[in-house]
Design a protein around this ligand. Sequence first.
Ligand code: NG6
Ligand code: CA
Length: 506
Amino acid sequence: MKTYKIYLILLIFSFSCTSKPQKEEVAVSKPNIIIIYADDLGFGDIGINGAKGVKTPNIDFLAQNGINHQDAHCSAATCTPSRYSLLTGSYAFRNKAKVLPGDAPLIINPDSETLPSMLQKNGYKTAVVGKWHLGLGMGKVDWNKEITPGPKEIGFDYSFLIPATGDRVPCVFVENQRVMGLSPDNPIEVNYLEKLDGYPTGFENPDSLKQKADPQHSQTVINGISRIGYMSGGEEALWKDENFPFVLTDKAKHFITENKENPFFLYFAFHDIHVPRAPNKRFIGKSSMGPRGDAIAQMDWCVGALIDHLKASKLLENSLVIFTSDNGPILDDGYADKAVELLGDHKPAGIYRGAKYSIYEAGTRMPTIVFWPGKIKPGESSAMLNQVDLFASLASLAGGKLSEECAPDSENHIDAWLGKSNNGREIMVEEAFTLALRAGSWKYIEPQEQSTPGWLLNKDVETGLTNTPQLYNLDDDPGETKNVASEFPEKVEEMKGVLNEIKHRK
Ligand code: NG6
Ligand code: CA
């Protein structure tokens, strides 16, 4: 009888990537899952990890009452690839995912299983609120109609998006795949190659700007800030950067209220602390570091507002909250916002070498806190983890079973995420302009002929690109100061072989 039941289940679900929960599993109350995803926030940018010059009491509260992970990584040192991996359970290099322009098509295949569609199948209502940057539509998007495919087609029941980044047009919110507040008489057009009539540009009007910008960020001026790309029309729908924290937090809270009675998954992706950093006046001066520090304080406020709302809704006890970031920190990312000048003794990456865009640890080692009141024994963990694993790990929590084809790089490490075990990954790929392999404390960085792109040369960012191999032992040398490749040629060969095997895995 038992065997028969198993065969039946296998037969029913062999056509989909995850199986539907069985009856017994439904009876177990599933936790709400909230991923709070900061943008460009470094390991050392939060109080608990040593921030100076800005306080983050709400994030520190989560850490003091949860697990503060010390070796948890996003999959890549930039946004689009990390987000791709988080939602697909696949390393981003497999799809060649790179930072996308604001008019790029959706890079996640709607036919594939994703983290949100897996949770949907297991009884969750799902939402994404905030920065998207995974492309929308199929190319040549008409922003005046329903934009499809988008979040809905990959498993989100509700979406409220900053479509690409704050520094890229179009500067409008997209709610459930329609531009919010768009007037039919004033259609939007977007072009990343040619100037469109309508808005001034930063090139022509540098003196009108709230912050001076580099040439790449000197195109369309919206709200006194010049951006990447050209846009025309849609004045009624334009966002005001200073209102991001309130608009996004309200939408997230609303989704939670609407879904009080059922398990939900909220992917709450902040704009902060990406450029342009234009915090609301409520947060100006909250740090000693100017807009970058004030944006951290603003982001921390959003975390507090969300936690307060869960508490007031009596949902906190049954909610698993994961706070993390999409790539390492950067000071100058195109706007003159005094991030460099006002840094003081704050260390955005803590003790780690590198930054956003870098293959060194700071590129991907993220502030990562897992909070689940009553379910987690507070503490620190040194387990090696990667956001690509959240798919398989959360599937195990939600009762989903993964098949071979979906989430190819995702490993179930739920016990390590929850701090019940200190055993995370044994090996892990890190990605920037090149790839690296971690095997325990060893780190091998693959050599490349390519050198650091010109636009990064004056930004004090070490990409870590070299044309000879690099090898570090992070136990002795967490700051990656001593390349020991020539002392351990066999280790280099061994790790190169493992990395090649992972790269070419089908
Ligand atoms: C870069 C932008 C940078 C930022 C980044 C994406 C230039 C010179 N720089 O190309 O400002 O927008 O893309 O950041 O254009 S991310 O966090 O979304 O990956
Ligand atoms: Ca980012």
